[in-house]
Design a protein around this ligand. Structure first.
Ligand code: TXA
Ligand code: MG
Length: 334
C-alpha cells in the first residue's frame, strides 16, 4: 500500500477520516511516534500487530483527549488515579486500570486491564479529538527496533505497511511514557519514563519497582508488563552498556579501535569514533537522543557500540531501562 504523508490542518482531518474508516496512522506524540487505530475496532488493531510484527500477547496503550473519556475505557478507578491525572496529564504517564468492554480484546491482549494515557502533543490531541474515539497506539516502529522519535524513523520502518503518517515535529521527550499499574496493591512501576519513580512516590508511597525494569526476565517467567520480556530497541551492531566515571569510560573505549563510543558531552579525550547523546548533568537530553543514537550506530560499520550508562534515578532510570535492553543486558562495570 502507499503510505500517505500528512501535514497541517488538512492532515489532521485526513488522519481522522482514515482512522474512522478502520485505517492505521503514524502520529507524533511528545514521547515517541505512535501507530494509531481506533481502540474499539478489532480488525484495525490486528493490522497494527501485523504491520509492526508485534507479539500477540503484548497489549497496547489507549490514548484519550479528555478526562471524561477515562470512564469510557476504565472501571474501578481508584481516587489516586485522578490525582495522578491532575498532576501529570496531559503528559507522559500511562496508568493500567481495569478495563471496560469498550476496549476490544486485541488492545488488551486478552487481559482484564487497560493501559491509558492522555498525550501532551497538540497534533496527537487534535487527531484524537477529530476522530472522536480513544486511539490505541504502540510505538510506530518494527517490533524489536529502536522506538521512533521522528517521522523519518516511522517511514524507515513502516513505509508501505501503514495507511499514513503525520509528518510532525521530532518528539521532545524521546523515550516512551512511564507505565504504572494501579489495579493492583501495592501499585507497581512497570516501565520508567519522564514522569519519574520519585515523582510517583509522592502520590504512591508504597510504589514497587517491577523487577523487569532493570533485570533480565528468566526464561518462561510470568511478567507484569508483557512488553518488558521481549528483546527491544536493538540496533544490528552489538551494544554494551558501560558503567563508570568519565575517566574510566574514556580509558576503556580508547582500547576499542573498531568500535563506536556513545558518550556524554562530558566524556573528553575519546580517540575512537564517538557519538554524543547528551549531558550527564541533564539526563533529559540523554532521553531525547537515546533512540536516535541507537539508530545511528548502524550507519557506521562498527564492531560494537559502547554506551556510557546514565544513572538509575530520575529520568536516568528510563534511559538506563531502554539501553540495557538495547544491550541485551550486557553491562560492563568498570
Ligand atoms: O509513550 C508511549 O507510551 C508510546 C506513545 C505512542 O504513547 N507508546 C508506547 O506503546 O510506548 P508500546 O506499545 O510500545 O508500549 C506499551 C507498553 C508495553 O510495555 C506493554 O506491555 C505495556 O505498555 N502495557 C500495555 N497494556 C498493559 C496492561 N494492560 N498491563 C500491563 N502492561 C501493559
Ligand atoms: Mg514499543
Amino acid at each position: 500500500m502507499e503510505t500517505l504523508k500528512l501535514s497541517g490542518k488538512c492532515g489532521i482531518k485526513k488522519a481522522a477520516e482514515i482512522l474512522n474508516n478502520g485505517g492505521i496512522v503514524g502520529i507524533p506524540t511528545e514521547t515517541v511516534y505512535g501507530l494509531a487505530a481506533r481502540a474499539d475496532l478489532s480488525d484495525s488493531i490486528k493490522n497494527i500487530f501485523t504491520a509492526k510484527g508485534r507479539p500477540q500477547d503484548n497489549p497496547l496503550i489507549v490514548h484519550i483527549e479528555s478526562a471524561a473519556d477515562l470512564q469510557k475505557i476504565a472501571k474501578d478507578i481508584p481516587a489516586v488515579a485522578y490525582r495522578l491525572a491532575d498532576a501529570f496529564w496531559p503528559g507522559p504517564l500511562t496508568m493500567v486500570l481495569n478495563k471496560t468492554d469498550f476496549v476490544c480484546n486485541e488492545v488488551s491482549a486478552g487481559l482484564d486491564t487497560v493501559a491509558v494515557r492522555m498525550p501532551l502533543d497538540s497534533v496527537a490531541r487534535a487527531i484524537i479529538k477529530q476522530t472522536g474515539f480513544p486511539l490505541a497506539a504502540p510505538s510506530a516502529n518494527t517490533s524489536g527496533l529502536p522506538s521512533p522519535t521522528t517521522a523519518a524513523h516511522v517511514l524507515a520502518d513502516l513505509n508501505g505497511k501503514i495507511d499514513a503518517v503525520y509528518m510532525g515535529e521530532d518528539c521532545t521527550v524521546g523515550v516512551e511514557s512511564t507505565v504504572v499499574a494501579l489495579f493492583c496493591n501495592p501499585p507497581r512501576l512497570l516501565r520508567p519514563g519522564a514522569v519519574t519513580a520519585e515523582q510517583l512516590k509522592e502520590f504512591l508511597p508504597d510504589l514497587v519497582i517491577d523487577k523487569a525494569v532493570l533485570d533480565e526476565p528468566d526464561a518462561g517467567e510470568k511478567v507484569a508488563s508483557p512488553g518488558m520480556k521481549y528483546k527491544h530497541y536493538s540496533p544490528k551492531t552489538p551494544v554494551f552498556l558501560v558503567e563508570g566515571s568519565v575517566k574510566d569510560y574514556v580509558n576503556y573505549v580508547n582500547t576499542k579501535a573498531d568500535a563506536v563510543a556513545v558518550c556524554f558531552s562530558e566524556d573528553i579525550g575519546i580517540n575512537i569514533k564517538k557519538i554524543e547523546y547528551g549531558s550527564l548533568l541533564n539526563e533529559s537530553t540523554l532521553a531525547h537522543n537515546a533512540f536516535t543514537v541507537l539508530r545511528k550506530v548502524d550507519e557506521g560499520n562498527f564492531a560494537a557500540a559502547y554506551v556510557h550508562a546514565p544513572s538509575k534515578s530520575g529520568v536516568g532510570l528510563a534511559v538506563y531501562n531502554r539501553l540495557i535492553r538495547a544491550a541485551a543486558f550486557k553491562v560492563i562495570k568498570l
